[in-house]
Design a protein around this ligand. Structure first.
Ligand code: ZN
Length: 146
């Protein structure tokens, strides 16, 4: 898999020095999700308050794409409104489908580095794993509506 050099460096930085890795001490929403095709596993925790994601942390193991994406996703959604976070899941999915999206909508610039993954269909699920976990947790928590 060949990614642009700069992008690869950003991904490796998040993989080697993951942001928000660990557990939330107090009660938090927890979502476990796997990507069996690659063997990636994530356990995501979010602390929600007043329709906002106050805190987001993850544990897990897997390939560099899946772990870097989890690092970026948690860094992105911390402090965001639940509604915004769910919009970003759609935006990220669109990006992974190869659609041109407005990258400015992502509060974290590093996410751009994952854009190239769209060219490698086998790896798309690695990149979307953490985002799907976030979506699953929030949709489950707010199934009555936001
Ligand atoms: Zn993977």
């Amino acid at each position: 898999m060949q990614l642009d050099d700069l992008y690869r460096r950003v991904i490796m930085d998040h993989y080697q020095r993951p942001r928000n890795r660990g557990r939330i001490e107090n009660e938090a929403l927890t979502v476990d999700l796997n990507n069996p095709t690659c063997g990636d596993r994530i356990s995501l925790q979010m602390k929600l308050q007043n329709g906002k994601i106050e805190e987001a942390k993850f544990e897990g193991d897997g390939c560099s794409i899946s772990m870097a994406s989890a690092s970026m996703m948690t860094e992105t959604v911390k402090g965001l409104k639940v509604k915004q976070a769910l919009q970003l899941v759609d935006l990220f999915s669109d990006m992974m489908q190869g659609s041109e999206v407005d990258l400015e909508q992502f509060p974290l610039e590093d996410i751009e580095a994952l854009m190239g993954v769209a060219k490698f269909p086998a790896r798309i699920k690695c990149a979307t794993l953490a985002w799907k976990a976030m979506e699953k947790g929030l949709k489950n928590e707010y199934k009555e509506g936001l």
